[in-house]
Design a protein around this ligand. Structure first.
Ligand code: HEC
Length: 171
């Protein structure tokens, strides 16, 4: 095998690994939202309820991510619980929410991870939300579209590799 071929095969293997790694373990908004509902967070967090709805929580986290470096700072500045209670950190806020519904640590772990990912801007805004479609260029990016994009990248590399092999072997 010539060196160029080895290089291209290495690139192909690497990009497939990246594709697998980036989809593996990522929580989708649908899963997180279902967990939120099944844990009973929606007894307060719903339209017309005593606390912000899921959509409002998500859009808050998104805009805090643009405003603040640190999620703890955002929570301590922005969240006021029951009129006057403030939290020093995101963990403190989530511990209170956990007590509100009596959820286990493992039930909460996935939701906490998801909220932090939203804060970091890692969760794409889906245009179905009534937020005036802030999704980048109106393209509905979610985990599924990400996988499709990565699959296309892998296919392009394969095609380039085949073309390369054909030209180099015809020399
Ligand atoms: C007893 C009512 C109640 C329950 C149950 C409850 N919360 Fe809350 N939560 C509140 C209130 C009140 C606030 C203060 C800010 C607000 O109104 O959203 C709050 C704030 C939050 C915030 C900050 C949102 C923001 O935009 O300010 C998050 C995130 C949150 N809760 C998550 C949860 C999760 C996850 C659960 C379920 C495990 C849960 N909450 C259960 C009452 C509740």
């Amino acid at each position: 095998m010539n060196r160029g071929l080895i290089f291209i095969l290495g690139l192909l293997l690497f990009s497939s690994l990246v594709a697998v790694a980036s989809t593996y373990g990522a929580v989708s908004e649908e899963e997180a939202r279902n967990r939120f509902t099944s844990l009973g967070c929606t007894s307060c967090h719903r339209p017309g309820g005593v606390a912000r709805s899921w959509d409002e929580i998500i859009s808050n986290l998104r805009s805090w991510g643009r405003q603040y470096q640190d999620i703890d700072e955002a929570v301590s500045n922005e969240v006021i619980y029951l009129g006057n209670i403030r939290f020093n950190s995101f963990d403190e806020l989530m511990a209170q929410m956990q007590r509100n519904v009596g959820a286990s640590d493992s039930d909460m772990a996935m939701l906490k991870e998801f909220f932090q990912a939203v804060f970091r801007g890692e969760v794409a805004d889906t245009p179905v939300a009534d937020d005036g479609g802030q999704g980048g260029m109106g393209i509905p990016m979610n985990m599924d579209t990400t996988s499709i994009v990565l699959a296309v990248v892998v296919i392009v590399i394969v095609v380039v590799a085949i073309a390369y092999i054909r030209t180099s072997s015809s020399k």
